[in-house]
Design a protein around this ligand. Structure first.
Ligand code: GDP
Ligand code: MG
Length: 655
């Protein structure tokens, strides 16, 4: 593992928990397991300059502590013939620790407690957390561990089994020491073998405390018995070297340190061999399977995250669609009076001078309109020229109040609910889009048609109602919204209703532009232009105009239906103008009137949809939308980063 891969792994370690946290994936235990594995087993150990860690293990009174002292060049660990004398692990570390995050913490991760300095030898004879001594002298960048006897106690209930496992887990290599009395003790080698199978096979030096009379062959044969006991047929692969240390009473007396010698001429001196251990290579072999496992889990977590992100995006789409529907519902009624009259004024103001003069004489408009609308309607129009009728205005405001209330109630319900219900028709592009998203999620989750938790079809073949689950990411914002009093939400929206009904300067500017556009097209529309002008003046006073959300209802042959399309991706709207078809308007004229009225209504709608949407977002949906949006952005970015890290990491282990 080079530093590029190490950094990629480190970044992966940061990003995976962030991802699951952002998405509230919920599987905390699985994530903790993953991060623990990366922290304890990989990150610290794979730092390029991390020392080689060797654990001295062996049965009771094999000479572990004596060997430890010999390597340290100091009588640090208590030695003696009493089985089970040492109860704790003792680390010899090469440098004084600099702080709590130092080497020590990383070394002792498997022990789940940072070692304390050893003050007196006797401390080792009582069970407890590991201890350490600093031994800068002899061995370069090497950590040695003295461990308790693992075979003390009754078979099957060894006292130090757990601590031995932790020590082995904390080590890169094993130094196994044995004597003539226990070299063929299967219980001991089985125990080590089992441990290593569980935590990953460490390579090992064998040290045989032998009688001086033993030949090299005998030493070798006994050692191979041990090696086969631990590694079976793989002994050669895992054996780093065999050394003998001959029984010496001076060692027992503490007058000399144990001395190790290689059993053949090819094998280097023990210290030399120890120092030449290629730690990075060893570790990449040792951790290959863990790395593999870690990457596999990371991949599965990031796959889950991708599905969850798709669900979040679907929810975001759904709540925006629901809002669009509600916003349209809030604007079911169109204030014909105000808007048409205002447009008529705008139009008149831009009349060329000669038309203005003609218009004053009245001759310009009378004829075509009378023909078109019939005398009765025409007369009614003349009675109240260009004056807003107070009745229709109040009626509009009342209707608007009602519409807004209904829409607010619905929007609020959708926003706080566990699921959003979307009504639509199958050929609606918005529905199509969401269905495509649902399909992808279903495939990723490998769900059959019957077990889709996201959407439900209802109704007949063309109309559908389907449900989209709220995503856990927005839960906290939903909670806040639920905590707010509904009455106060309604009140603060109704307090702004003036802004819904008013014709603002912005809208007036747009109407102005519309009038200019009409004029530029007048050549084309010449025939209709006069009729249109007449209509502008007469319509407000003569007919009530509302528009309805199209549900495919037959609006009837009673009037002109103007289709308004493409608003916020919602269903089409139809403005219905109650101009009786019976007035004998020619089909072509109707079409042109539709084409002129449409944009005026649309101008009003565009502004008001914006206004209402703004009010809804300010008072109901804003935080939910914002939270969904920003999370989607962050999560997308994180997933990209994770995939990049994974690619680099995988190159490192060749998978
Ligand atoms: N005669 C002799 N005794 C030794 C030698 N090495 C260790 N011992 C003794 O064997 C006993 C157990 O040694 P120790 O290092 O404490 O073993 P541990 O239990 O594996 O740590 C002690 O009494 C040591 O003095 C040696 O080379 N020769
Ligand atoms: Mg000991």
């Amino acid at each position: 593992m080079d530093s590029l891969q190490y950094d990629a792994l480190k970044k992966l370690r940061e990003n995976i928990p962030r991802l699951t946290e952002l998405l509230k994936l919920g599987d905390d235990e699985q994530i903790r397991f993953w991060t623990d594995m990366v922290d304890a087993k990989l990150l610290s150990r794979l730092t390029p300059d991390f020392p080689v860690v060797a654990a001295i293990c062996g049965g009771g009174s094999a000479g572990k502590s004596s060997l430890f002292n010999a390597l340290a060049g100091d009588h640090l660990a208590p030695t003696g013939g009493t089985a089970g004398l040492n109860r704790r692990v003792l680390f010899s570390i090469p440098t004084q620790p600099k702080g709590p995050d130092d080497l020590l913490a990383d070394l002792a991760r498997t022990f789940k407690s940072t070692p304390d300095p050893l003050n007196a030898k006797e401390e080792l004879t009582v069970a407890g957390k590991p201890l350490y001594v600093v031994n800068p002298s002899s061995l370069h960048n090497l950590v040695v561990m003295d461990t308790p006897d693992f075979d003390t106690g009754a078979k099957g209930a060894y006292a130090n089994r757990e601590v031995t496992q932790m020590a082995l887990e904390a080590s890169d290599i094993l130094i196994y020491i044995f004597t003539n009395s226990n070299y063929n003790n299967r219980d001991n080698t089985d125990f080590i073998s089992e441990m290593l199978t569980g935590i990953g096979k460490r390579k090992c030096f064998l040290v045989y405390r032998a009688y001086p009379s033993f030949s090299q062959q005998e030493v070798y044969d006994h050692a191979m018995t041990v090696a086969k006991g631990i590694y079976g047929d793989l002994a050669d692969k895992y054996l780093l070297g065999i050394y003998r240390t001959d029984e010496d009473n001076n060692v027992a007396a503490g007058k000399k340190f144990m001395k190790l010698s290689p059993i053949d001429t090819k094998t280097p001196e023990f210290v030399e061999a120890l120092q030449s251990v290629d730690a990075p290579k060893l570790r990449s072999e040792l951790y290959a399977s863990i790395l593999n496992d870690v990457y596999k889990r990371a991949e599965s977590i990031s796959n889950d995250a991708q599905i969850s992100l798709d669900e979040l995006s679907l929810y975001y789409d759904a709540i925006q669609t629901a809002q669009s529907h509600c916003v349209h519902e809030a604007l079911k009624h169109f204030p014909m009076d105000r808007v048409m009259r205002r447009f008529a004024r705008v139009w008149a103001a831009t009349d060329p001078a000669h038309v203005k003069i003609m218009r004053k004489t009245g001759s310009f408009i009378e004829l075509p309109l009378k023909v078109m609308l019939g005398a009765a309607i025409w007369a009614k129009g003349q009675l109240s020229p260009a004056k807003p009728s107070p009745g229709s205005s109040t009626e509009f405001l009342e209707k608007m109040d009602e519409d807004v209330m209904t829409a607010v109630t619905r929007m609020h319900y959708q926003a706080v609910s566990q699921q959003i219900a979307i009504d639509g028709s199958l050929n609606d592009p918005v529905v199509e889009r969401m269905f495509a998203a649902i399909k992808i999620i279903r495939e990723r989750k490998r769900l059959g048609n019957g077990e889709n938790p996201l959407a439900e079809y209802a109704g007949d073949s063309s109309k559908v109602t389907f449900l989209v689950d709220a995503h856990p990411v927005v839960e906290s914002e939903q909670k806040k919204l639920r905590a707010r009093e509904f009455k106060s939400i309604v009140q603060s929206i109704l307090a702004e209703k003036e802004s819904i009904s008013a014709i603002t300067q912005d809208m007036e500017d747009d109407l102005q532009q519309l009038a200019d556009r009409f004029r530029r097209k007048l050549g084309l529309w010449h025939k209709i232009s006069q009729t249109f002008w007449a209509l502008l003046n007469v319509l407000p006073a003569t007919v009530a105009v509302t528009y309805v959300l199209s549900t495919g209802d037959p609006i009837g042959a009673a009037g002109i239906k103007v289709k308004l399309t493409g608003l916020f991706g919602a269903k089409d709207l139809y403005a219905l103008f109650a101009i009786p078809v019976t007035t004998g308007l020619k089909k072509a004229d109707r079409k042109q009137i539709e084409e002129m009225i449409g944009p005026i209504v649309q101008t009003w709608l565009n502004h008001k949809l914006n206004t209402v949407q703004h009010l809804f977002e300010e008072n109901i949906t804003g935080e939910i939308l914002r939270s969904a949006r920003s999370n989607i952005d962050n999560i997308e970015q994180l997933i990209i980063e994770i995939q990049q890290s994974m690619k680099i990491c995988r190159q490192g282990v060749g998978i």
